[in-house]
Design a binder for this molecule. Structure first.
Ligand code: FES
Length: 107
């Protein structure tokens, strides 16, 4: 999840750490029926992993693109470094982040 725009591991974040902060989960990224540009890019590039990894990668990518709207492959790898799983779709995740960057993924 994102706490005031910063990615944190929701499973080890104390509730008290979220007090007074803006919490965004994967469910909160979309705007009604409209997916966030990063969600859309992951869908279009088939960059999907399991139900734990995909939300983390997407939220991590959202935070990365806010810091760096035009990341290189190395920036993306470094920016998603906290996500340990690199199951088979990792090259597609990099493509998805580039696509989201071109589509305005910082929205
Ligand atoms: S995709 Fe989630 S553990 Fe590999």
């Amino acid at each position: 999840m994102l706490l005031d725009g910063q990615p944190v591991k929701s499973c080890i974040t104390r509730l008290s750490a979220a007090e007074g902060k803006r919490v965004v989960t994967i469910e909160g990224l979309a705007s009604g029926e409209n997916l966030h540009p990063v969600q859309e890019a992951f869908l279009r590039t088939d960059a999907l992993q399991c139900g734990w990894c995909t939300p983390g990668m997407i939220l991590g990518a959202v935070a990365l693109l806010k810091r760096n709207p035009n990341p290189s492959d190395a920036d993306i790898s470094a920016g998603l470094n906290g996500h340990i799983c690199r199951c088979g779709t990792y090259p597609r995740i990099i493509r998805a982040v580039h696509l989201a960057a071109r589509k305005g993924g910082t929205a």
